[in-house]
Design a protein around this ligand. Structure first.
Ligand SMILES: NC(=O)c1ccc[n+]([C@@H]2O[C@H](COP(=O)([O-])OP(=O)(O)OC[C@H]3O[C@@H](n4cnc5c(N)ncnc54)[C@H](OP(=O)(O)O)[C@@H]3O)[C@@H](O)[C@H]2O)c1
Length: 269
């Protein structure tokens, strides 16, 4: 028996990166998984890859995988994502609100449109996903698990990322609030707050943020980036409903946020 057999999970923003790794791990653990992206083509291509990788990993138990396009910042689109998932697999047990974007600029230069775009995906998108999924789980009456992908940057200031940090800080509090509201319905709501994991988002930000891979390694107590497999492992724990954990923000950052001393040391003070 695998950890998620018989369950249905949606992973938003699963065409690549952390979302794709989580989708693959969940499918290998027996869940039927919906891989979401803004583009139908990318969702379907990723769904095929996820299904075959999961089947290779767990030939006897892997679940089925479907790709469904939806923009998480659009409420109706999220409703359709959940409706289509239920039509395909008969219910919804696990919702992973992973889709995310960022933008790197000095705080004084963010134009309102860019600010709203990041907040729309990274905070509003998480609430829409959680709300629509939570409503469905309450109707089903059988509980469920919601996992919001936050960031260690939700818990501290980080230069050039005002809307991203604000959104992730909001996600952390939203996670606690929803966990409290839905505990009676047996819906666990948790967040995973990764540190530096090498994906396209890292590639996109590294150049403009003014630091290098070597800087990240030096600043991280574990002296390396986290891996996609490690994030998938944390996600699996947080959606497994046998651990008494809800309202938790699990930081997986190789010790970055624990280590205030290195912060000062690296500034040469
Ligand atoms: N990588 C890191 O170091 C790191 C650290 C901390 C937190 N995180 C968080 O982890 C999550 C995943 O990041 P990642 O590094 O894996 O990023 P990534 O490789 O850039 O992937 C982002 C995913 O989000 C999807 N997406 C973006 N906007 C969307 C929207 N409006 N609706 C639906 N899907 C959308 C993209 O799909 P399409 O482009 O195909 O639509 C893509 O699949 C994000 O929430 C990010 O903030 C990442």
């Amino acid at each position: 028996m695998t950890r998620l057999s018989g369950q249905t999970a949606i992973v938003t923003g699963a065409s690549k990166g952390i979302g794709k790794a989580i989708a693959t791990r969940f499918a290998a653990e027996g869940a039927n998984v919906v891989v979401n992206s803004r583009s139908a083509e990318r969702a379907e291509t990723a769904a095929e890859a996820v299904e075959s990788e999961a089947a290779e990993e767990a030939p006897e138990q892997a679940g089925a995988v479907a790709g469904i396009a939806a923009d998480v910042s659009d409420y109706e689109s999220v409703e359709r994502l959940v409706d289509e998932t239920v039509a395909e697999f008969g219910g919804l047990d696990v919702m992973v609100n992973n889709a995310g974007i960022t933008d790197i600029q000095p705080a004084e230069e963010f134009d309102p449109e860019t600010w709203r775009e990041v907040i729309d995906v990274d905070l509003n998108g998480v609430f829409f996903g959680a709300q629509v999924a939570g409503k469905r789980m309450i109707e089903q009456g059988d509980g469920g698990a919601i996992l919001n992908i936050s960031s260690m940057m939700g818990d501290m200031g980080f230069k050039m990322r005002a809307p991203y940090c604000a959104a992730k800080g909001g996600v952390n509090n939203l996670t606690q609030t929803l966990a409290v509201e839905w505990a009676d319905d047996d819906i666990a709501v948790n967040a995973l707050a990764p540190g530096f994991i090498y994906t396209d988002i890292t590639d996109q930000t590294q150049g403009s943020a003014g630091y290098t891979d070597e800087d990240v390694r030096k600043r991280t107590p574990m002296a390396r980036y986290g891996s996609l497999d490690e994030m998938a492992e944390c996600a699996l724990f947080l959606v497994s409903r046998d651990n008494y954990v809800t309202g938790e923000v699990l930081t997986a950052d190789g010790g970055w946020t624990a280590d205030a001393w290195r912060y000062w040391a690296d500034r040469g003070e």
